[in-house]
Design a protein around this ligand. Structure first.
Ligand code: ADP
Ligand code: MG
Length: 224
């Protein structure tokens, strides 16, 4: 049994007193796993991912990351190790290179090796972005290409976890498939634990991962 990267113990969360979004949930995420999260709209899937990188704080209960209470981990460091990928990719002004290297300008990442142009080029090629130049303006890329750039930018930081919130929802089917394959590879080849909010068809494709449903404040495993 691999050790748990996340342990949630009786975690509850509410945006306002009127309604608990998550109601005393306990759940363990095995290190290196690929977890697909499903559930009705508004059930708390995005909230769950946000709790895992402290974009929200639980009202009650405890979340551990690598055995340590989340609240003890310096948030910028936590968010480098557990990166939240949003539905709609955001790239800044500047070139593709500028965007991929942006996090390396932050003080918190000063200890990380800055990837060479050669490495960036080979990663772009590997993820079907051969027709994009490092000097091209990032703003000129398609939304599918932007999402891949966001995944690559995250991957360069060697995170332990990627929290993907319907990362393909703004994409055309071909780009969505590439993003899906990319996330599978990041899990298998780079050992990154992935929690991904998915719709049911995509979740059903997962053979060697875990499938859970968030609904009515609870989280339940779904057997494939
Ligand atoms: P899901 O991702 O499963 O669609 P969310 O986690 O986004 O659901 O939202 C869970 C519930 O919390 C929904 O009822 C939503 O309307 C509410 N909610 C989400 N974000 C906020 C917020 N910032 N303030 C107040 N309520 C929110
Ligand atoms: Mg959501």
């Amino acid at each position: 049994m691999p050790e748990a990267i996340y342990q949630l113990e009786n975690v509850s969360f509410a945006y306002n007193e009127a309604r608990l979004v998550l109601d005393q949930i306990s759940y363990e995420v095995p290190q290196g796993s690929f977890v697909c999260i499903q559930g009705p709209s508004g059930s708390g899937k995005s909230t769950l991912l946000k709790l895992l990188c402290r974009l929200e704080e639980p009202g009650q209960g405890l979340i551990r990351f690598g055995g340590r209470p989340l609240a003890e981990i310096y948030p910028p460091l936590l968010r480098r190790e557990a990166i939240y990928i949003q539905q709609t990719p955001v790239v800044g002004s500047g070139s593709v290179r500028d965007n991929l290297l942006l996090p390396f300008n932050f003080k918190i990442n000063a200890d990380l090796p800055r990837p060479s142009d050669e490495r960036l080029r080979s990663i772009l090629d590997e993820f079907h972005l051969s027709d994009i130049g490092l000097d091209d303006p990032a703003s000129g890329t398609s939304v599918g290409q932007k999402q891949r750039l966001c995944l690559i930018r995250s991957m360069l930081l060697s995170p332990k976890v990627m929290l993907m919130d319907e990362p393909y929802s703004a994409l055309d089917p071909a780009s969505a498939n590439i993003v899906w394959d990319m996330s599978r590879r990041l899990n298998r080849e780079n050992g990154i634990t992935i929690l991904m909010v998915t719709h049911s068809q995509l979740g059903a494709r997962i053979q060697d991962g875990l499938l859970v449903e968030v609904s009515q404040g609870k989280i339940r495993p779904i057997c494939l």
